[in-house]
Design a protein around this ligand. Structure first.
Ligand code: ATP
Ligand code: MG
Length: 328
């Protein structure tokens, strides 16, 4: 069975972008693949996190995985920091990476732009991500379009290691959805929706109450026209709202354009909000049950136990090939 691995940072409230771009594929892939889904807390601290918030968000992301339909009986769900091999293999890959290739990463450029001081963690982030994936010799990595470049670097690092030290790592392939791979910000159709955006009006959080969702969508930026038409170049904001609509209402973009022909944005946005509310309602109900039961701690503990043997074995093999004297 092919192996799948992916992770989400507990760096804020999960958004509809995370759901459409990543989590909904996790749910599908668990039926046919051996799956590893992590809350990547070590990545979240590459930008400052308040300790209490980090703890809460880690639990919240794990509970949202389950609420969204990930079944811990089918997939291993765990926290990255519960498996120390991630940090250790991450260091080994950091030493194999070059400044130049990390400087080219657009996520680094985006997240560091305009900042007076930029943390080194943010810079070496992709080497830890490579370790996350390669530690389990994953075949497939379901991610949004924004992670494509990091995945290419992961492939390069795996190949570099294999060439220098002998065949050790599987070269992973990205698995990016055809529709919804990049959901854009509600306040700026040229920027991707991100949970760490300081303006909550820029994203729809999976846990936003219905009235907040309605308000955010009614305030979402649109162009000055009135035509509901899918044209990402000319009408990025409206096109993005149409993608969200298509996903939540399970309709095609053509059907949506036809339905709102000649009606302007008002009716379109109003219906969109109701479709988003309806889509998230069952997930929010399940989330409340899971948090209430406290079961998430057991799920994470079991998950870390399940994956540790594979992780430790890969790390041992990598260290041996690199020439570390292993304890006997
Ligand atoms: P942050 O702002 O802290 O980086 P994020 O919203 O980008 O948060 P990540 O934890 O970095 O979320 O990414 C989790 C997964 O969600 C990745 O697979 C990523 O590609 C995907 N993803 C993130 N944003 C979007 C988006 N706007 N559209 C589609 N997929 C997305
Ligand atoms: Mg991100």
């Amino acid at each position: 069975m092919k192996r799948v691995l992916s992770g989400i940072q507990p760096s804020g409230q999960l958004t509809l972008g995370n759901y459409i771009g990543a989590i909904q594929n996790f749910v599908k892939l668990q039926e046919t693949h051996e799956c590893y889904f992590m809350v990547v807390d070590l990545h979240a601290i590459t930008v400052p996190q308040e300790p209490a918030a980090l703890r809460e968000q880690t639990e919240s992301v794990a509970a949202l995985f389950i609420a969204a339909g990930i079944d811990p009986a089918k997939a291993s769900v765990f926290a990255q920091s519960h498996v120390p091999a991630h940090a250790e293999l991450g260091w080994l890959f950091t030493t194999l990476s070059y400044m130049g290739e990390l400087e080219r990463m657009t996520q680094f450029k985006d997240k560091s732009s305009g900042k007076e001081s930029v943390g080194t963690g943010l810079f070496v982030y992709p080497t830890l991500m490579a370790a996350d994936i390669l530690l389990y010799n994953a075949d497939l990595v379901p991610v949004g379009d924004d992670q494509k470049q990091h995945l290419e670097l992961t492939r390069d690092l795996a190949q570099r290691f294999n060439q220098r030290f002998g065949d050790t790592f599987t070269i992973p392939d990205p698995y990016i959805p055809k529709v919804g791979a990049r959901i854009m910000s509600l306040d700026d159709g040229t920027k991707k929706m991100s949970k760490s955006n300081p303006n909550p009006g820029s994203y729809i959080a999976l846990l936003d109450p219905p009235d907040v969702i309605r308000k955010k969508i009614s305030r979402a930026t649109t162009d000055s026209g009135r035509e509901v038409r899918f044209d990402p170049a000319e009408k990025p904001e409206v096109s993005n709202l149409m993608s969200i609509y298509a996903h939540c209402a399970d309709m095609t973009l053509d059907d949506i354009a036809a339905r709102y022909d000649g009606q302007g944005y008002g009716a379109f946005k109003k219906d969109l909000a109701e479709h988003v509310v309806a889509k998230l309602e069952p997930l929010q109900r399940r989330y409340a049950d899971i948090r209430g039961s406290g079961e998430i701690h057991d799920i994470l503990k079991r998950g870390a136990e399940q994956v540790s043997a594979v992780a430790n074995e890969t790390l041992r093999a990598a260290k041996e090939r690199m020439g570390f004297l292993l304890p006997r």
